[in-house]
Write a protein that binds this ligand. Structure first.
Ligand SMILES: *Cc1c(COP(=O)(O)O)cnc(C)c1O
Length: 387
């Protein structure tokens, strides 16, 4: 049996969500844009799903735009907003620990004459509000800071960031892909103008996401074509995906208290056992203001890659840094940004616990991590020198 502890990379689609999606693949395959009766009925269901998403974050249905996932939502938010507002200014503020979908969207805007400030973070991964205020310029049009970081789990002070943005007449976008289902979101209360999410990070389907765009926020569409999604996102709707993400977010917040409590307890148990049983380690990210399932440790003197591979042999799935960088040998830029030296950043393992994990699985994980770390350290010349 596979012990899956990489729920920040993707989650298992819930069976009951899949059941609700199935009829839209088969009997009810109709294009929601067509105007005969079966299509009108499918269109109605798409709009109901839009309402489910909106209700979950205190938005209005007409502020919800379906996309192909978190990456597309981030691209649309950053580039679509920049293009629509370039007459107002060319400066964007973001953080240095954003997901590549944000960082690389900003990089491509820089090639077109936009200017981007990448805020630093402190040793726990928080942006600094005074640095944010000091970075604001006359021509700043957008601030984008993630709700929660995918590698170290740190939850940023989103409401305050939004307040600062609005005090200066600047719009605020947040990548909430990791936060949906793990952090309560109220776009009105939290001063959010745009928000990205992705179905497969909260037990919904892959290939479907949402960009919330508050009324009065101008965004240019990034792909030309038909008039779907009120001209913001051309292309025939992914109806099964849209149905799935609507039910998934509704379920995530219906079961929120129960799941978050259980997952947090399992995570704290993992953290305390690892800290008790293994010396010379660092917990990355903030101890309390972190995603319920996230535990990212650096194990000194050894390589994260080796830990991961030995755990894989025991049927355990974890991640070294982010899934996006796990195919390269560079240490995670997020871990370097919180001040870890290269060699320590290299020895890091992210465990992300989900709602399907059991106490027995976590016990097996803990025993396996202890065993693997001891084994690797016994072979490590670095560890020999330090002792
Ligand atoms: C997974 C993830 C994304 C990308 O979402 P996809 O749907 O996989 O494109 C963006 N941002 C964060 C923080 C993520 O964790």
């Amino acid at each position: 049996m596979i012990k899956y502890f990489d729920n920040a990379a993707t989650t298992a689609l819930d069976k009951d969500i899949l059941d609700k999606m199935m009829e839209y693949f088969t009997d009810r395959y109709f294009n929601p844009s067509s105007i005969y009766t079966p299509s009108i009925s499918v269109h109605k269901d798409v709009e109901e799903s839009r309402k489910r998403v909106a209700d979950a974050i205190n938005a209005k249905a007409e502020e919800i735009y379906f996309t192909s996932g978190g990456s597309e939502s981030d691209n649309l938010a950053i580039k679509g907003f920049a293009y629509a507002n370039r007459k107002k200014g060319k400066h964007i503020i973001t953080s240095c620990i954003e997901h590549p979908a944000i960082i690389n969207s900003c990089k491509s805007l820089e090639k077109e004459g936009f200017e981007v400030t990448y805020l630093s973070v402190d040793e726990n991964g928080f942006i600094k509000l005074d640095e944010l205020e000091n970075s604001i310029r006359e021509d700043t049009i957008l601030i984008s800071v993630m709700t929660a970081n995918n590698e170290i789990g740190t939850i940023e002070p989103i409401k305050e960031i939004g307040r600062i943005a609005h005090e200066h007449g600047i719009k605020f976008h947040t990548d909430a892909v990791q936060a949906i289902g793990s952090v309560k979101i109220d776009v009105e209360d939290m001063n959010i103008d745009m928000l990205s999410m992705s179905g497969h990070k909260f037990y919904g389907p892959k290939g479907v996401g949402v960009l919330y765009i508050k009324k009065g926020t101008n965004v240019t569409r990034m792909n030309d074509g038909g008039h779907q999604e009120r001209d913001k996102r051309s292309g025939t709707e992914n109806v099964p995906g849209i149905i799935g993400i609507g039910y998934a977010i509704e379920k995530a917040y219906k079961d929120f208290d129960k799941n978050v409590k259980r997952i947090t307890e399992l995570r704290d148990y993992y953290i305390s056992e690892i800290e008790k049983r293994i010396p010379d380690i660092i917990l990355n990210g903030d101890r309390t203001k972190r995603l319920p399932g996230n535990a990212n440790f650096s194990f000194k003197y050894i390589e994260g890659e080796s830990i991961m591979l030995l755990l894989d042999q025991k049927g355990i799935c974890v991640s070294t840094g982010s899934a996006c960088s796990s195919k390269t040998l560079e240490p995670s830029y997020v871990l370097l940004s919180i001040g870890l030296p290269h060699e320590i950043a290299h020895g890091s393992i992210r465990v992300s616990i989900g709602k399907h994990n059991t106490k027995e699985e976590v016990d097996y994980l803990i025993d396996s991590v202890v065993e693997v770390v001891e084994k690797l350290r016994a072979m490590s010349p670095l560890y020999e020198e330090e002792k």
